[in-house]
Design a protein around this ligand. Structure first.
Ligand code: SF4
Length: 420
């Protein structure tokens, strides 16, 4: 067995870590050593003392989901009185608010709703691009794309092509959880996407010219070996395509979930982040997950391999449903970056620097509370939904009730008519 000293030396020499070495580090390395090595790798990859962040808005367009992952507190089953779908106008308003604080992108993800066909997504993307041509759509994680492929009975490549033609700019790395099928079966997320299926969507997205991120949710039922297997599978795909811009890891949030359990500690988070920095010699950027860890651990992440503070979170629904609700607007993010000794710069999804903080240049409204998908007590159904065929029994019944069932797949013209 290799000694810790020999493995640390290997990292210092810039050589790639193998499975066995990563496992020894994860089990036996003292936390300060992991931090020191990860910081060294971060500084090698990012010699300028700059830490980046993006201003975007994390919007969940629907919480209705047939996947029913047992670690998820966010979803509602089809027919639930708490289920929602956001209307196009709701989304336009959210984009207006995002642009007002200097935002450049929507991170758009949601449940696997059988009553939203592919044409709904295409019309939405086109409508957004028509109104906001420069605004970016970082949208639909691999399991959502697989869901649309099954729903429309079209191959994943074709779904991707249609979404790209409608305005999809990049794909978020959600839904990866742990890319080991034993774990996925235990988390009831094997059906939404197997490990191979998740990786294959990313491969196809990269081949179609899109950049994507990669993620890991740890702290459920996986072993140390399975966490490392996850990192290695992502590293292999990155060797093949080079399409991942960044890696983000966060801990499972157990409150209000079927799976239950306890949350991993902040130390486990920092160790996991540092290990990822050491394994990913081919991924440039690691984000700090302050949304699950809070601002202080988020700031400490910058000493454990992270070079990016992720998103100025204007809105968040998924992690909040599971009990965590940290809020940092641009002023707070920048303060955390500067207090850690770095220079804060805004970026886009491609990690191109956009400039200094917006609030240094002009007045922007402070956002001291996270917005939610819908206001309290809001239950209305968006008008344009009637234009799209539903698949579920309850969805069909409610659209029949609206008296518009004869309208099939209305397209953007239909939506605009309805709106006008
Ligand atoms: S994690 Fe995503 S796919 Fe799984 S139940 Fe929640 S919303 Fe659905």
């Amino acid at each position: 067995m290799m000694t810790l000293d020999a493995i640390a030396e290997r990292v210092r020499e810039g050589r790639r870590l193998g499975r066995e070495e990563a496992l020894i580090l994860s089990r036996n390395a003292p936390t300060p050593l992991l931090g020191e090595l990860a910081e060294m790798v971060r500084a090698r990859k990012h010699p300028d003392p700059v830490v980046t962040y993006i201003i975007d808005r994390n919007v969940n367009y629907t919480n209705v989901c047939v996947a029913k992952c047992n670690f998820c507190a966010f979803y509602r089953p089809v027919g639930s009185s708490e289920g929602y779908v956001l209307g196009f106008d709701d989304l336009f308003r959210k984009i207006d608010e995002t642009i007002a604080v200097g935002g450049v992108q929507l991170l758009l993800q949601g449940g696997h709703n059988p009553d939203l066909p592919l044409s709904w997504y295409e019309d939405l993307f086109r409508a957004i691009k028509m109104r906001y041509p420069a605004f970016k759509l970082h949208a639909l994680s691999p399991p959502e794309i697989i869901h649309l492929s099954r729903l429309s009975q079209l191959p994943v490549e074709q779904v991707l092509d249609r979404l790209i033609a409608a305005g999809l700019d990049s794909v978020p790395g959600g839904g990866a959880e742990i890319l080991v099928d034993r774990v996925r079966k235990l988390l009831h997320c094997y059906g939404k996407a197997t490990s191979d299926e998740w990786l294959d969507v990313m491969r196809r997205a990269h081949c179609a010219g899109l950049r994507t991120t990669a993620t890991m949710m740890y702290g459920t039922v996986e072993t140390d070996e399975e966490r490392i297997e996850h990192l290695l599978r992502l590293r292999d795909l990155q060797d093949e395509t080079g399409g991942f811009t960044a890696f983000i890891t966060w801990s499972y949030q157990p409150s209000h979930t079927e799976l239950g359990g306890v949350e991993a500690t902040g130390i486990d988070y920092l160790r996991t982040l540092a290990l990822a920095r050491l394994v990913f010699d081919n991924v440039d950027n690691l984000q700090a997950s302050w949304v699950t860890q809070g601002g202080k651990v988020g700031q400490l992440s910058l000493a454990y391999g992270a070079n990016d503070m992720g998103s100025v979170m204007i809105e968040e629904n998924v992690v909040r449903a599971a009990g965590a609700s940290y809020c940092m607007d641009e002023v707070e993010i920048v303060r955390n970056i500067e207090d850690a000794g770095f220079i804060a710069k805004r970026r886009n999804m491609h990690y191109e620097i956009l400039g200094d903080p917006i609030f240094c240049q002009r007045d922007v409204p402070r956002m001291l509370e996270l917005a939610t998908a819908r206001g309290n007590g809001e239950t209305s159904t968006p008008n344009e939904l009637r234009l799209y065929p539903a698949r579920s029994r309850t969805g069909k019944a409610s659209r029949l009730q609206d008296g518009m069932s004869e309208l099939q797949d209305g397209g953007i013209a239909g939506w605009q008519d309805l709106k006008d």
